[in-house]
Write a protein that binds this ligand. Structure first.
Ligand code: CO
Length: 469
């Protein structure tokens, strides 16, 4: 088994990492990442990579030094798995695909194994997954402070772990899905400092789709409804067997972009040829045309979902290749949405947070498609130019861009964006031969390596993280 997918049980606290090169002294915040790290059960092994227990990983920067802490979330899922009481709550055991995991999640006990990402919501640091159960944690010690749910009546048994933050308007935008006799998507806002979501729009749907993230512009929320959908009646019948194939790919159906007005909640729907996706990259409204640009990482179909089950994940993760595509969604009734490729073989895309909701230049992503390495790529989305970092035998996770001046987002009207990318890119990289991971620090403008900070162990591949000032 590739060390990316081996259980790591060791937890360390405030380990001072050995650094090769130099970490810039201006970097003085904290990167917190999340992801599965424990894949064993009393009876064997979970079947899907996504079912691993959530481990937080913290990198604290201080005057060129890097302190490292890693800790499992202490959730009910952790206690039952580690204490050996597998059958009672391990919804994924014996199931072989994300589809089955998702269905089991919706139907039976919504898991509290919040292993997808982290965010600061309502003044608390929380770990998130695709159920409404969030885990509150201490960003210094990574201690788990218990569970949190939103205090409101926005419905939905399923929610995207990804939310879109709009600092200028002081809110976070996300969506939930309600499965039932009448199913619906619910687009909501969460004002900063509160824990009460407000529904912006309710979109009825016969067969809800798997939608992992949305796009956000100054005026609109864009929910791409892909043709990978489930008949909700299956969720209403007892018995797991009936739900096994609830989600299915139907390429005869279009992908539909639901464009929600953030102020009045009105919804316009624009069709596009079918595609599957997990992650939007950025979205904005051009000044001169009535419509929305949405950049996302698209797949031809939903086969990536089954490729991440453990029997295929080693090859699946590295060979599963998405395309960075730019979709133009006209809002003047002028035809369907159209997409054009910008880059191939990318996953886990990020941008400079300053660039959100604006025409921008650079996206950062994993470079997939090679079994001997997973690199990182910076893509100039205006012309497709790429700058790549990679080393044979090294496998990089999601790259997080940290601008040198974090405050610039709030006052960015006065900031000239020249594409110079003054900042760094942070990513955790696994060295397969050394069986250890390191934190890689790349220069944002040259994409050349500035430093390696060696971890005391090999970290399993994580999903997402955030840099907190
Ligand atoms: Co994601």
């Amino acid at each position: 088994m590739h060390p990316w997918f081996r259980t790591l049980t060791e937890e360390v606290r405030d380990s001072s990492l050995t650094i090769e090169g130099s970490v810039p002294a201006w970097l003085d915040g904290t990167l917190v990442r999340n992801g599965p790290a424990h894949f064993d059960t009393a009876t064997g092994r979970v079947s899907h990579w996504f079912d691993g227990l959530a481990m937080l990983r913290r990198f604290a920067f201080d005057d060129g030094a890097v302190g490292y802490t890693n800790r499992f979330l202490r959730t009910a899922a952790y206690r039952s798995r580690v204490d050996g009481d597998v059958v009672a709550t391990e919804f994924g055991t014996g199931l072989t695909s994300l589809v089955r995991r998702l269905v089991a999640t919706v139907l039976s006990t919504a898991t509290d194994n919040a292993n997808v990402t982290v965010a600061r919501l309502g003044g608390r640091y929380v770990a998130l997954t695709e159920t409404p159960r969030m885990a509150v944690f201490d960003p210094e010690t990574l201690l788990t402070f218990g569970e949190r749910r939103f205090d409101d009546d926005v419905p939905g048994q399923w929610t995207a772990a990804h939310v879109e933050r709009d600092r200028e308007r002081g809110e976070v935008i996300g969506h939930t899905v309600r499965f039932g006799r009448e199913s619906s998507y619910h687009v909501y806002r969460l004002r900063d400092g509160t824990r009460t979501r407000t529904e912006i729009a309710r979109i009825p749907v016969d067969e809800p789709a798997y939608v992992h993230s949305v796009g956000l512009t100054d005026r609109y929320v864009v929910l791409p409804e892909v043709p990978f959908t489930a008949d909700p009646r299956r969720f209403l019948r007892p018995g797991v067997e009936a739900f096994v194939d609830a989600f299915r790919w139907d390429e005869s159906r279009p992908t539909q972009f639901h464009v929600v007005d953030r102020d009045d909640g009105s919804v316009r729907t624009v069709d596009a040829p079918p595609f599957f996706f997990f992650h939007t990259v950025n979205a904005f409204e051009p000044a001169d045309r009535d419509g929305v640009v949405v950049d996302l990482v698209a797949f031809e179909d939903a086969s990536i979902v089954d490729a991440l089950a453990f029997d295929r994940v080693e090859r699946g993760v590295r060979e599963a290749t998405g395309d960075l595509r730019r979709y133009w969604i006209p809002l003047d009734g002028d035809g369907p949405a159209t997409g054009r490729p910008i880059a191939e073989h990318v996953a886990l895309p990020r941008i400079d947070p300053v660039d959100r909701r604006r025409p921008y230049r650079h996206a950062y992503a994993q470079r997939t498609g090679d079994v001997d390495t997973t690199g990182l790529v910076r893509i100039d989305v205006t012309d497709g130019t790429e700058t790549v970092w990679r080393e044979r035998g090294c496998f990089a996770g999601e790259p997080v861009f940290v601008p040198r001046n974090q405050q610039s987002e709030a006052g960015r009207d006065s900031v000239v964006r020249d594409g110079s990318d003054d900042g760094v890119v942070l990513a955790v990289v696994l060295d397969r031969d050394a069986e250890r991971s390191f934190l890689l620090v790349l220069d944002g403008s040259t994409f050349e390596e500035r430093a390696h900070a060696w971890l005391p162990h090999a970290l399993p591949l994580g999903f997402h993280g955030e840099y907190f000032e």
